[in-house]
Design a protein around this ligand. Structure first.
Ligand code: BG6
Length: 293
């Protein structure tokens, strides 16, 4: 089929809710609510051909976000084959009544030539009873040469929206951001909420832990909560860039918005033996439940 025979794991939750995770990239490609409605955007032109990354869902950007460093765009975790971690160390905060899978990424000898460090990257993908999707990353420095390493990170989450022109994002107003369309220059957000009428590619800095994405047409609100990830990326390629991407439909930009829990401005540094943890939790609720919040 179109997925080129790549292995995936399916988590099933209450009623028709589910999550699909590819071992390639450790990438979530589908998240459905109890009614079986898809909540994530996956391009109809997405290719499932390594080493190309899958366009849509939730690619993991590690050890570099975007072009903020010398590595390929968004680092390499999104185009490596992860394995299932059959015996993960305990997660103290995890409640047992959820469907989840634990994945593991460790560098190959080839990877060490690109980024000269050893690590264990454990990713837990969990589907909650209320249909919420939780991603928890634990990254440990396992260098034996005594060297620390630094990285930037993002959960590159593509939300499915009905009409980008009718979407607003709340929780980022008055914040400073780096504008990737203007040489990563720093600006301050002036608007009440963020709305969309052209290409956007920004890193909002030190944001609140809760961000809301309101899909007015669909009367649905996505709530993103994050921990250990101070920044938030907002991206939509709009028409011109959409046309320039071979694995992205010309009109698809109208139906997606990336809002990403991230750590970009101040890289995370780990000494050998140290572990970092970063979490993103997303839920989707009917908008009427959110009014007045
Ligand atoms: C976004 C970045 O997160 O991802 C953009 O902010 C980038 O700069 C976009 O263009 C897509 O990146 P890629 O490598 O998947 O085409």
């Amino acid at each position: 089929g179109v997925n080129g025979g790549l292995d995936k794991v399916i988590l099933r939750g209450h009623r028709r809710s589910s999550v699909q995770v590819y071992l390639y990239g450790g990438q979530v490609t589908s998240w459905k609510n109890e009614l079986g409605e898809e909540l994530l955007f996956l391009s109809s032109k997405a290719t499932f051909n390594p080493p190309k990354a899958i366009r849509g869902g939730i690619p993991i950007c590690f050890p570099q976000f975007s072009n903020h460093g010398p590595l390929e765009s968004h680092g390499f975790a999104r185009n490596r084959l992860w394995s299932i971690d059959a015996d993960p160390p305990p997660f103290p905060t995890h409640s047992p009544n959820k469907a989840f899978v634990d994945l593991l990424l460790m560098p190959s000898d080839e990877d060490v030539k690109i980024w000269p460090h050893r690590y264990e990257f454990r990713l837990r993908v969990a589907l909650g009873l209320g249909g919420d999707l939780m991603l928890t990353s634990r990254i440990r420095n396992t260098n034996t040469d005594g060297k620390p390493f630094s990285f930037t990170f993002a959960y590159h989450t593509h939300f499915a929206v009905t009409d980008i022109c009718e979407v607003r994002v709340e929780g980022l107003e008055t914040l400073d951001y780096l504008d990737n369309l203007k040489n990563k220059e720093r600006f301050t957000e002036q608007g009440d909420a963020i709305t969309f009428e052209s290409e956007i590619d920004r890193v909002y800095l030190s944001t609140p832990t809760k961000i809301a994405i309101l899909d007015h047409e669909r009367k649905r609100t996505f709530v993103l909560r994050k921990d250990g990830l101070p920044d938030a990326v907002v991206w939509n390629p709009w028409d011109k860039k959409a046309k320039a991407m071979p694995d992205f439909g010309d009109e698809e930009y109208k139906h997606m918005l990336c809002v990403e829990a991230a750590c970009v401005e101040k890289p995370i540094t780990l000494k050998p033996g140290e572990e970092w943890r970063g979490r993103q939790e997303i839920s989707a609720v009917p908008s009427s439940y959110c009014s007045g919040q």
